[in-house]
Design a protein around this ligand. Structure first.
Ligand SMILES: C[S@@+](CC[C@H](N)C(=O)[O-])C[C@H]1O[C@@H](n2cnc3c(N)ncnc32)[C@H](O)[C@@H]1O
Length: 556
């Protein structure tokens, strides 16, 4: 056996699994299954299947998920750097599928780092609605923000907060909440030996306390009639069925939605709670049986690691449900992001109370004043970004958001001009300035006041020396057709890797694809086999590399 399992763990599993124990133990002789999930924000399933560089086999419970053959390293392909897929353990794809996310939903991923499930949610939202993604550990939110950006998510807010503080800012706001809870990690022993080492330190009891608090707070965040999906990657009944039963007992306005016993999913085990935790079982007797409708994913019954998933449905208007009415102001209405409104500083389009609106107006003014101070400008620059002539060119070219007076610049005007000159897309949400950085936010600044915000929205760029410098996340989320200048590099001939390594490339003018009325000089969206990977700046046959140093291709 490759993994040394803790004795206490195997003894418990032997007792619980009975005649299945042997095949459970045999699963530890096999290698863990590797998977990837196609990022349908950037590429359709059909297109991906056509150009997939590896042999792929579908994962039964996730229609965008595939098993990757052993030995293949999907992280070492240019498509990974173009954000075309996320590398994810197959069982970990199950919880989001059960959340049934639809475009326009307001979704909260409470325990999100490094972002596997958040990127899956974002793909399901298709840019409509909002994703608030959070992790309590600051260090882990760095990877979370990077993944959100690499995968081209436009409608996410990244927080580094406690669930309680999020609940104060967003009471009963979300119609879908995912809790991929911190847990004792027993289901990951085969995949990650470090989990075995940390098992003793992350005692089941400690995890139970955290999970209980998180679940209880999630109920305060959920809109009437909303859904919570709770998942763990552990087998311990205390963290699974017993946790759900305790929640149902305390929250009679929730019930379990049964997960179908197909695709290798096994039912929840209320009988194990009765056997191992008799006191808890008797305290929750009237609801415990519902947990049979939750799902266990076992490494000996399907091709994946160990997981547990429960779907909890709020019953709107339930007699016990007085607490909701104090807060709710039809916040279950989804964000409508379909309008082609290009105006800047537009507030997010969810219904707000009068007080909310007043607060939001004030904050927007403040945020704008703050940014004015930080960019050392207080007045609109007038006709920033006027038409310029490209040397030697015949057509006149739009400028690049360059201000006429560097000491006297309205950052939003500079940004607005850059957008007009360089990209063709409607920008949704509220434009928010944090210092010299500009974001498009799906929730607006006022909601985020006082919270530890890692990203208030889609980071689009920075004001530097009175110019707008587009960000890497802006490029990652663009489609080729949305950039007024683009160039395509092939993954097959090494040019794409040279770009990803940060090299300057010689690119003839004919290769720059231009929208009508745009000349070749300026910011160019660099694409790999047709999919955005970053920016370059083209001038006279040379493409200056704008791929960020921290993101570069480092392997040979
Ligand atoms: C199982 S991992 C999440 C994996 C993630 N959902 C994914 O798919 O990539 C659990 C996460 O919960 C975070 N966490 C622990 N306690 C938390 C709390 N009280 N509130 C929010 N996040 C918490 C941990 O930092 C950890 O990143």
């Amino acid at each position: 056996m490759a993994v040394q399992l803790p004795h206490m763990f195997t003894e418990r599993m032997k007792h619980l699994l009975g005649d299945q124990f042997e095949s459970f133990m045999q699963s530890y002789e096999q290698s863990p299954h590797a998977g990837l999930r196609v990022n349908t924000l950037k590429i359709s399933m059909e297109q991906f299947k056509e150009m997939a560089p590896f042999d792929l086999r579908p994962i039964p419970w996730c229609e965008t998920g595939f098993y990757v053959p052993h030995g293949v390293k999907p992280g070492l392909h240019p498509y990974y750097h173009a954000g075309l897929y996320y590398i994810q353990e197959p069982s970990a794809m199950a919880p989001v599928e059960q959340l049934q996310v639809q475009p326009g939903d307001r979704v909260l991923d409470l325990c999100a780092a490094p972002g596997g499930k958040s990127t899956q949610i974002a793909a399901k939202l298709q840019g409509k609605g909002v994703l608030v993604t959070n992790d309590i550990h600051a260090e882990r939110t760095k990877a979370l923000a990077k993944n959100i950006e690499l995968y081209g998510v436009r409608n996410a807010v990244v927080l580094n907060e406690s669930p309680e503080r999020i609940a104060d800012a967003f009471p009963h706001y979300f119609n879908k909440v995912l809790i991929d809870a911190p847990c004792s990690g027993e289901g990951m022993f085969r995949k990650d030996e470090d989990m075995v080492k940390s098992w003793e330190h992350h005692s089941v009891e400690k995890c139970v306390l955290m999970q209980r608090d998180i679940l209880e707070t999630a109920a305060r965040l959920l809109a009437p009639g909303g859904t919570i999906v709770y998942s763990t990657c552990t087998f311990a009944p205390e963290e699974n069925e017993a946790m759900i039963a305790a929640f149902l007992k305390l929250n009679p306005d929730f019930s379990v939605v049964n997960i179908a016993e197909t695709k290798g999913f096994a039912p929840g085990r209320p009988d194990w709670v009765r056997e191992m935790l008799p006191t808890q079982a008797s305290e929750t007797a009237e609801v415990l049986d519902q947990t049979r409708g939750t799902a266990r994913l076992w490494p000996h019954l399907l091709e994946g690691e160990g997981h547990y998933v429960a779907v909890l449905q709020h019953i709107a208007g339930h007699e016990s449900d007085v607490k909701l009415s104090e807060h709710v102001n039809d916040k279950s209405a989804p964000l409508n992001e379909s309008s082609e409104d290009r105006s800047f500083l537009r507030s997010a389009s969810y219904p707000l109370t009068k007080a909310d609106r007043k607060k939001e107006r004030l904050l927007r003014v403040e945020s704008r004043e703050g940014s004015d101070r930080n960019t050392r400008s207080g007045h609109p620059s007038g006709k920033a970004g006027r038409k310029a002539k490209e040397t030697g060119g015949r057509k006149s070219e739009r400028g690049q958001g360059r201000a006429t007076d560097s000491g006297n610049v309205d950052p939003l005007a500079v940004y607005s001009q850059f957008v007009k000159d360089n990209i063709d897309l409607p920008l949704h949400g509220e434009t928010v300035c944090y210092g010299d950085r500009i974001y498009q936010s799906a929730v607006g600044a006022s909601r985020l006041e006082g919270l530890k915000v890692v990203r208030p929205g889609w980071f689009v760029g920075t004001i530097k020396h009175a110019r707008f410098v587009p960000s890497h996340p802006l490029a990652c989320a663009l489609r080729t057709s949305e950039a007024r200048r683009s160039v395509n590099l092939s993954s097959a001939d090494g040019e794409a890797v040279r770009y990803l390594k940060g090299e300057t490339l010689n690119i003839e003018q004919e290769r720059i694809v231009l929208h009508e009325g745009t000349l070749s000089k300026g910011y160019v969206l660099v694409c790999i086999d047709g999919y955005a990977a970053g920016w370059g700046k083209w001038l006279d046959g040379v493409l200056k590399n704008e791929y960020p140093a921290g993101w570069r291709w480092t392997s040979k």
